[in-house]
Design a binder for this molecule. Structure first.
Ligand code: 5GP
Ligand code: MN
Length: 336
């Protein structure tokens, strides 16, 4: 971050700070937001800090320290608008374009507050005065750790900060297995573990908290919705709306499902298409050089990272599945 000195002064001279993150926040979004929240509360005691999300998020993330203080814009629109308008500084975490926070983007964009972007998505828009945008970072939580040390190399974490950052790093690295995991990620994690966090319990709280229905739903998806295309090294899981209703699937319940598409030997491109009520939502994962960020951007109104991206459409499941299958011969040569 070029203008870190200026930001340090801004933090000292500010009164009201907002931290916000992307639509349907995931573990990295909530972990980095609450990690930064605890750091600012501990170290800049004059600040009033509020975490605001564009909408709700998975039940398995609602235990993080500070969770009860998070404000959901969809639940409290007027209050959120006022908070955003009155802020001196707005931290934008784990997203790269204001439309990724839906209608909240308009409020953040028009607020007089200076913006700080801390993010690892490709091609960020230029809406922030202060930027820590590193596309090779494993997670935004990793960047929050860097940011804390950038403010002052002697800065320490606390158990709460460490817990939140661990959730962000663990979830965005698929529990330390993606190729974004570097020696530095393990070094940061080693430091985080020194704060006496219960990493085994954190894992259980995030991953082993399925309802019986949700696990039956995953079974249904494996049995009825999965298709392997060996000639394209591709596996698709296409989930109908009726299944979401039958198994009472709510926000966050499809998290992790796309990874099962990669489990079939030979698959290098995994896709999940879900017929949500408001939109058709896609998730794409690559284990090779195939750039799913470009694929999502070009064909499905989305983006993300080279190996993990998403998209959306307002048509029908059938239309999007047909389109996806028609695209496979076109991108075949890239899936190597
Ligand atoms: P997921 O498949 O887990 O929803 O998302 C994978 C990655 O792609 C995440 O980093 C997420 O932020 C990004 N992403 C997901 N959906 C969209 C989308 O509709 N538009 C953009 N620009 N990025 C997305
Ligand atoms: Mn992330």
């Amino acid at each position: 971050m070029k203008n870190i000195q200026e930001l340090k002064e801004k933090l000292l001279n500010s009164k009201k700070v907002i931290i916000t993150t992307h639509h349907k926040p995931d573990g990295d979004a909530i972990g980095s937001s609450l990690g930064l929240y605890h750091f600012l509360k501990n170290n800049y005691r004059h600040l009033k800090v509020v975490v605001v999300t564009p909408n709700d998020y998975a039940h398995f993330l609602q235990w993080l320290p500070g969770n009860d203080l998070v404000i959901d814009f969809e639940q409290k629109p007027e209050m959120t608008k006022q908070l955003v308008a009155d802020a001196d500084l707005i931290f934008c975490l784990d997203f790269n374009k204001l439309h990724r926070i839906n209608k909240l983007g308009k409020e953040v964009g028009s607020s007089k507050a200076e913006k700080v972007l801390i993010d690892h998505h490709i091609e960020p828009d230029d809406f922030a005065k202060y930027k820590l945008s590193v596309v090779t970072a494993s997670s935004t939580a990793e960047l929050i750790y860097d940011f804390i040390k950038l403010l002052d190399a002697n800065n320490k974490l606390s158990k709460d900060i460490a817990t939140c950052l661990y959730v962000g790093i663990m979830t965005d690295t698929g529990s330390f297995r993606f190729d974004s995991v570097t020696p530095k990620v393990h070094e940061i994690t080693a430091d985080i573990l020194r704060y006496n966090i219960a990493h085994d319990e954190i894992y259980n709280r995030v991953y082993n908290t399925f309802t019986e229905n949700r696990l039956h739903f995953f079974g249904y998806c494996m049995q009825e919705c999965l298709e392997y295309f060996p000639e394209y090294h591709t596996t698709l899981i296409a989930v109908d709306r009726e299944a979401l209703e039958r198994y009472e699937i709510s926000t966050g319940d499809t998290e992790g499902l796309v990874n099962y598409a990669l489990a079939i030997e030979g698959t290098r491109f995994g896709a999940l298409i879900v017929d949500r009520i408001v939109t058709i939502k896609m998730s794409f994962r690559s284990t090779c050089d195939f750039d799913v960020h470009e694929f999502a951007k070009k064909y499905f109104n989305g983006g993300g990272h080279q190996k993990a991206a998403g998209g959306n459409a307002n048509t029908s499941l059938e239309t999007e599945v047909r389109k996806f299958k028609e695209l496979l011969p076109r991108v075949k040569d890239q899936i190597v």
